[in-house]
Design a protein around this ligand. Structure first.
Ligand code: ADP
Length: 629
């Protein structure tokens, strides 16, 4: 029977081979990818079955047409089968369009899908009713051939053209979405269908070859994109992407949690350290003083740890920002010197500063982060040096409008073994634990310093000899804002030494302190009250704002994070109202948000000064002297 058929009509062999072709794909598909239920697989399945139907109809049709089956019912059936070639072709093409849509994010996808389905339904309806209406075509026998009906083009060819053009559009306008493998596979299958229809048209429809070419296209898609290996790869890729997103958001949540936790911890720490400071000042009892001193040391260590953890988590969340603003380089060095002097003195270490005073003084950069880096190094030098001396050497070289600074911290301390040097800058990595066990530390300082410097475009390096000492070197380039040298600036403003200053008498002045935490108010009051000024304390930020509108103060200290109205909002409102009794009053922000960079942010907002919590008495004295004294 099959052989007879082939003998009768040689052309049918194309269709038969095409049927086998498609069947093979369907068998493979059932074996491997059926259970995947992936979106593309569903469209692919639809394409394969419609393609198979198309091929089968193309084989059956000539046989049916040539058969002797007569009568109106048979005629209608023959016309229906003949017309169904259009429908199968359209479904195959539309399935391809759906397939392609999965790879794109065309925003009118849903709308186009509905339009395309409507077109398909219309053409299917026209084909289904054609045996009665003959609006699509009428077959008059082998000699007379076909008569085209009024809907021949609209229902027979227009849908295919629409789907084809839309497929090309999707492909071209979403080209950048595809990976190379998808690009090649999709365009090859599109071209296959076009080539098939072109040949069929050129041969005047004598050879029905489109369906065969369509199954070649199907084959290409199957081999390139629908094999289970490839599908696994794609789903693994998207799972990885999901996992990465989940991990990122978990990491982000962690950072937010740590940031708010350390802020929450810092607030009570302020009270503890502040009250301890009061004990140190007021107590005469030796034992109490000794306890309070220990408490101060431990409290300060705890605070450093909190700050470092906060900074590391900020850094990991990509949120640590370098805030550049102008600053006096000599003041940075002086502040560091003073802090180190105190610590070195306690350990009976010599401390020398060798600063090249010809360096320019007014620079642009992130002073607080730079200070943090040098502070870590100087702090380590003191910590890891049992006896001897520490030298802080600062030199630099002017390069046009920039200065290349080189700061060295040299100690005669325990030194670092060559093997340990490479681990020095890793998070939480402490080296030579046996010997350094008694020294407090987290192993965060150096890794943080390195990260900060990298963000600022600087470098850190170390040379060390075990048991002899270490030299840490920091290199950083800063913009020079004025040619005045450090020496000239120092001559102009005099010796800088906030520690030796005490609050000059400011009797008769009025200070306002606003903080929602009662303990913090107590601490600030205890530090300020000795100055002789009148101190007004306010816990409610809204009431404080009313007070600021009505009464004049010489200095206003504002906490930032407060319920209802925060410090920044109060400042902005006061500054916006250009008049008002306190429009020229200096505003100082006091915040537990004290990570490097925040200071610059608050100053930019309009605050005149910044005090990090826990409040330190010397910082407060400095601020009062500066603004009121
Ligand atoms: P921490 O000092 O908190 O442990 P760091 O990150 O600042 O953490 O330093 C990491 C390690 O490097 C320290 O634990 C210490 O072993 C070593 N180290 C740092 N500075 C010095 C130094 N000046 N001399 C000797 N060892 C040092």
């Amino acid at each position: 029977m099959l052989l007879d058929l082939l003998n009768e009509n040689v052309k049918t062999s194309y269709e038969i081979s095409s049927v086998f072709f498609t069947l093979i794909i369907i068998i493979f598909m059932r074996m491997k990818t059926w259970e995947k239920g992936k979106e593309t697989t569903r469209s692919f399945r639809m394409m394969a079955y419609a393609g198979l139907g198309w091929n089968l109809v193309e084989i059956i049709n000539p046989v049916l047409l040539r058969s002797d089956l007569d009568g109106p019912m048979w005629e209608a059936f023959k016309t229906l089968v003949d017309g169904s070639q259009f429908t199968f072709g359209h479904v195959t093409l539309l399935a391809f369009v759906f397939y392609l849509e999965h790879y794109t994010d065309y925003k009118h996808k849903r709308w186009m899908r509905q339009l395309n389905i409507a077109i398909l339904l219309f053409s299917t309806f026209a084909v289904a009713t054609n045996p009665v209406t003959h609006w699509v075509f009428e077959y008059l026998g082998e000699d007379a051939g076909y008569i085209k009906g009024p809907l021949y083009l609209v229902a027979g060819y227009l849908p295919a053209m629409m789907f084809g053009v839309y497929a090309m559009y999707l492909y071209i306008f979403n080209f950048h979405h595809f990976i190379m493998r998808e690009k090649v596979a999709l365009i090859s299958s599109i071209l296959m269908v076009f080539a098939g229809s072109l040949i069929q048209i050129l041969l005047n429809g004598q050879l029905k070859i489109t369906a065969l070419f369509a199954s070649y296209g199907l084959f290409i898609l199957y081999l390139a994109l629908e094999t289970s290996d490839y599908l696994n790869l794609v789903s693994t890729r998207s799972e990885l992407e999901d996992a990465r997103e989940t991990a990122n958001s978990a990491n982000y949540a962690k950072s937010v949690f740590i940031a708010s936790m350390s802020h929450e911890i810092r607030t009570p720490m302020n009270a503890i350290l502040g009250i301890n400071e009061m004990i140190l000042k007021e107590s005469k009892e030796e034992k109490t003083l000794a306890y309070a001193k220990d408490m101060k040391t431990s409290g300060e260590i705890l605070l450093t740890i909190i700050n470092d953890v906060l900074d590391i988590s900020k850094m990991e969340a990509g949120k640590l920002e370098i805030q550049e603003s102008k600053y006096h380089f000599s003041e940075l060095i002086d502040e560091l010197t003073l802090e180190t002097q105190v610590a070195a003195k306690e350990k009976r270490l010599d401390f020398e500063v060798a600063l090249d005073e010809s360096l320019p003084d007014l620079l642009e950069g992130d002073k607080s982060h730079l200070k943090q880096v040098f502070h870590n190094l100087l702090d380590n030098a003191v910590k890891y040096t049992p006896r001897g001396r520490i030298i802080f050497d600062v030199k630099g070289e002017r390069e046009g409008e920039y200065v290349h600074l080189v700061g060295k911290v040299e100690d005669t301390g325990v030194g670092i073994k060559p093997d340990d040097l490479e681990h020095l800058f890793q998070n939480f990595h402490r080296v030579d634990l046996e010997r350094n066990r008694s020294i407090e530390g987290t192993g965060l300082g150096l890794s943080l310093s390195k990260k900060i410097l990298t963000l600022m475009g600087g470098r850190i390096s170390v040379v060390s000899q075990y048991d002899i000492g270490s030299i840490f070197t920091v290199e950083i380039t800063q913009r020079v804002l004025s040619d005045q040298s450090i020496l000239e600036y120092r001559k102009e403003v005099g010796e800088y030494n906030p520690l030796t200053r005490t609050i000059e008498s400011v009797a008769g002045k009025r200070f306002l302190v606003v903080d929602d935490n009662e303990m913090n108010l107590k601490v600030a009051n205890a530090f300020l009250v000795t100055s002789g000024a009148q101190i007004v304390l306010e816990q409610d930020s809204v009431k404080a704002f009313e007070l600021i509108k009505k009464e004049r103060f010489d200095l206003i200290f504002l906490d930032d994070l407060m319920p209802r109205l925060n410090g920044s909002a109060i400042l902005t409102r006061v500054r916006r109202a250009s008049s008002g009794v306190n429009k020229d009053t200096p505003f100082i922000v006091m915040t537990a948000n004290s990570s490097g960079g925040d200071e610059a942010k608050y100053i930019e907002l309009g605050f005149d000064g910044y005090i990090a919590k826990p409040i330190k008495e010397d910082k407060l004295v400095e601020v009062v002297n500066h603004f009121v004294g």
